[in-house]
Design a protein around this ligand. Structure first.
Ligand SMILES: Nc1ncnc2c1ncn2[C@@H]1O[C@H](COP(=O)(O)OP(=O)(O)OP(=O)(O)O)[C@@H](O)[C@H]1O
Ligand SMILES: Nc1nc2c(ncn2[C@@H]2O[C@H](COP(=O)(O)O)[C@@H](O)[C@H]2O)c(=O)[nH]1
Length: 220
């Protein structure tokens, strides 16, 4: 994995008065990010998922515009150079990036947003949007991680080996996260995520900004 030294196009003009919640879900491949995020989105229709662009080949069943925006490397690089991405990274040999315009629009509307990205992207977003909540998902063990990747049966052996090797690097960045969720029992992990989202919605800034009349009554 190669982290870009800096992203000269990532200046975000509209962050200061953002009153929504932004969650970044980060985990080694196979830990269960997508499964958990999909369940969280179903449970909480107010939450919006950031659709990443990638140069990776679609897996069987994956759809352009639903799972990812699948683009060629040439298109990705051209878009990156035009400032299309708020963050981007090379992960497992492919490029991935988050749309700057989409994030700006959600922030302007005060929407709650979830991003499924790697640690390199999380570090970049954290610098631009300090209010973001970084959630790291742990698998219960490396053995379980490997078993999940194999059982998913969507990657060839070389890809699985690449992802297991990258898992060690990804795990070294867990301490940078605000929250850790252990995805052993799926339902428990999902409950943990719901609680984190609920706590994020109770941050003092947004709550106070949304209740000026209450604050006046209380003399605050
Ligand atoms: N708690 C769990 N117990 C057992 N299996 C699980 C659990 N959570 C997810 N899985 C399974 O593990 C596999 C990997 O999950 P998923 O695709 O969500 O991982 P991911 O972190 O999004 O991986 P990637 O980064 O490669 O997209 C899937 O087959 C999923 O059904
Ligand atoms: N920095 C970013 N990382 C991203 C983004 N979208 C996905 N990812 C991460 O890539 C790996 C591999 O994903 P996969 O779908 O090929 O298994 C995983 O860690 C994702 O979280 C993004 O926009 N930016």
């Amino acid at each position: 994995m190669t982290a870009p030294k800096h992203n000269p196009h990532s200046n975000l003009a509209i962050a200061p008065d953002y009153q929504g919640s932004m969650l970044m879900i980060v985990a080694p491949s196979g830990a269960g990010k997508s499964s958990l995020v999909n369940a969280l989105l179903q449970a909480d229709p107010a939450l919006c998922l950031s659709l990443s662009s990638t140069t990776r080949t679609p897996r069987p069943g994956e759809l352009d515009g639903k799972d990812y925006r699948f683009v060629s490397k040439e298109v990705f690089i051209a878009e990156r150079d035009q400032g299309h991405f708020l963050e981007y990274a090379e992960v497992h040999g492919n490029f991935y990036g988050t749309s700057r315009i989409w994030i700006e629009a959600q922030m302007k509307m005060g929407r709650d947003v979830v991003l499924e990205i790697d640690w390199q992207g999380a570090e970049q977003i954290q610098k631009i949007i300090p209010e973001v909540q970084w959630i790291f998902i742990f698998p219960p063990s490396l053995e379980a991680l490997e078993e999940r990747l194999r059982k998913r049966a969507q990657d060839d052996e070389a890809t699985i080996q690449k992802r297991l090797a990258a898992a060690h690097i990804e795990l070294q960045h867990a301490h940078e996260a605000d929250f850790v969720v252990i995805n052993d029992h799926f339902d428990q992990a999902l409950e943990d995520l719901k609680h984190i989202l609920a706590a994020s919605r109770l941050r003092s800034g947004p709550v106070m900004a949304c209740n000026p009349a209450l604050l006046r009554r209380l003399g605050v």
